[in-house]
Design a protein around this ligand. Structure first.
Ligand code: ZN
Length: 188
């Protein structure tokens, strides 16, 4: 199956956020390997930018627009949207949302250019949250919502550290480029 990451970017921010998209491209490669290891599922990955033009009247962006986009691109592809807005409604605890072959998170804009640590801790982690829901659901886990939220609560409220990985996708605290939720109880 294909997992397609789509980085939404406003036209006027295209240049200043180029480095974030470059991070997304690296992150896609990482998640290919992570999904195979944690969920025993082979995926191909792709990453693209989706440039949003503001035009004369502001478009109210919310999850239904992304779900429509997902349908028009093909529902057999897993589309994962990295959006500059929060989902208005979600029962997730991380400002993200998922459905069948669909994921989205609020990809927070880094306050300063080149701050990889910010992208890793604030955004990369949320991607793992939504991916975990959907791959557990595909693996027919009944509690695919609760399992992830129990782990997430430990990260948020019990100081459980995220897992950190370096550029070769090896566990590392020193040269960490990527971060995910704790996978020790997740292996499918
Ligand atoms: Zn969730």
């Amino acid at each position: 199956m294909l997992l397609h990451f789509i980085f939404l970017v406003k036209e006027e921010e295209l240049e200043e956020r180029k480095w974030e998209f470059q991070y997304v491209e690296k992150m896609a490669g990482f998640y290919k390997s992570w999904i195979e290891r944690v969920f025993s599922k082979k995926v191909d990955v792709q990453s693209d930018e989706m440039i949003v033009r503001s035009g004369n009247r502001p478009l109210i962006m919310d999850t239904p627009i992304l779900l429509d986009d997902h349908s028009s691109r093909g529902e057999q592809i897993f589309h994962f949207y990295l959006a500059y807005f929060r989902p208005l409604w979600t029962d997730c605890t991380c400002e993200g949302y998922f459905a069948e072959n669909f994921g989205m998170i609020w990809w927070q804009k880094s306050p300063k250019k080149g701050d990889i640590e910010f992208l890793r801790e604030k955004n990369c982690t949320k991607v793992s949250h939504e991916l975990a829901h959907e791959f557990l659901r595909m693996a027919k886990f009944k509690n695919y919502k609760e399992i992830v939220h129990e782990i997430w609560d430990k990260h948020l409220f019990a100081s459980q550290p995220f897992e950190h990985y370096d550029a070769s996708y090896k566990r590392s605290e020193n040269d960490a480029l990527f971060a995910t939720l704790d996978t020790s109880s997740l292996k499918t």
